[in-house]
Design a protein around this ligand. Structure first.
Ligand code: BT5
Length: 331
């Protein structure tokens, strides 16, 4: 049995025993069900142990005791409740950027089932050439390929919609603390816990596909952030006070993403405005925006169903769509 086959068998054993913690399985039964040799089951079970799974193994029995801290597709799948999004999950150990991998494979599948995740990124991207700090084993780096049947001008709202799905996900870990800093930051206690990067690929002036990327700080301790980010970044673990299961969190985010995306395709953010306003860290604040070379200062007064921010500048309402805009400061 080669390494690839062994890994596949380890995954299959997991699928069989993972749902019944502490239950003792006869290895001969597992071998029969998986059409494998007892010897190979033993070998694959040892592989599971090296992945961090709590597996009790004797000559004739195998028991699943506890899960591993991994963002593998098998693990995420245990918590996934979606119909389409994430049904083709590909998990990497290390990539330059999950958004790059996603755009390379976009088009290979006709539906919207492909999601790419990675344990770490070596060249994680933010917007406008900025970088996303993506250390190993503590974050979740996720890219979703979608092919929305919407016109180009409706696309900027996709980032806001994704931020909403993320906020809803984090809400269950720390109720009442999550905020969205329009258009693409999710904050807790005024520090960034996640960021969204939406990249559009067009053909004949129409959307061909969209890669929606999100980086989530899950289990970072303060020292896991570089000095320059320590004051501005946080992780869910720092807020909740305990380690969080990254695979479960990832699946919950994808579950929420699918729901929000369905709504978005019908009527953009029309049905979500109340929630968006409640999460918004900007409404009622005087802000400065940078769009291209232009600076704009005014009071953020509302968000509309396209996901655009309405800003009152010198008594006039100005509508600013997400795209390339950065909120510089809040006095
Ligand atoms: C973002 O950009 O916030 C979008 C981040 C998207 C990252 C995901 S990970 C999966 C997918 N694959 C990728 O390559 N990218 C996506 P922006 O608004 O431009 O914010 C970037 C700024 O956030 C940086 O300039 C830093 O100041 C700060 N930053 C970088 N890493 C951070 C982190 N881990 N936590 C908090 N802040 C961070």
């Amino acid at each position: 049995m080669n390494q690839g086959e062994l890994v596949k068998l380890a995954d299959n054993i997991l699928v069989l025993i993972r749902k019944k913690p502490k239950q003792v399985f006869e290895i001969s039964t597992v071998a029969r069900k998986l059409k494998s040799e007892i010897f190979d089951i033993h070998k694959a079970a040892k592989v599971l142990k090296t992945w961090g799974y709590g597996i009790k193994l004797s000559k004739s029995e195998i028991t699943f005791n506890h899960t591993a801290d991994t963002l593998s597709a098998t693990e995420i799948n245990f918590y996934l409740k979606t119909k389409i999004i994430g049904q083709n999950l590909v998990s990497f150990h290390s990539v330059k950027s999950t958004n790059d991998i996603a755009s390379q494979v976009a088009g290979d599948y006709p539906d919207e089932s492909v999601v790419i995740t990675s344990e770490k990124q070596t060249l994680g991207r933010g917007r406008l050439g900025r970088s996303w700090h993506s250390p190993e084993k503590v974050g979740a780096y996720i890219s979703i390929i979608i092919t929305p049947k919407i016109s180009l001008e409706k696309a900027p709202g996709l980032s806001v919609m994704t931020a909403l799905a993320a906020a809803k996900t984090f809400e269950s870990y720390c109720p009442g603390k999550v905020q969205i800093k329009w258009p693409n930051d999710i904050l807790i206690g005024n520090r960034k816990v996640a960021g969204v990067l939406t990249e559009l690929y067009t053909k004949n002036n129409k959307i061909n596909y969209v890669v929606v990327g999100i980086g989530i700080n899950v289990n970072q301790k303060p020292r896991d952030f570089p000095q320059n980010l320590r004051k501005f970044a946080t992780s869910l673990r720092q807020v909740v006070g305990k380690k969080i299961n990254r695979a479960e969190l990832t699946a919950e985010f994808l579950n929420n993403f699918e729901k929000e995306y369905k709504k978005y395709q019908k009527n953009q953010l029309a049905g979500s405005l109340k929630r968006l306003r409640a999460y918004s860290s900007l409404l009622g604040q005087t802000i400065t925006l940078k769009a291209g070379d232009k600076l704009l200062t005014g009071e953020a007064i509302d968000i509309d169903k396209t996901g655009a921010l309405i800003v009152k500048v010198d008594g006039k309402k100005v509508t600013v769509s997400g795209g390339e805009v950065t909120v510089l400061k809040r006095p």
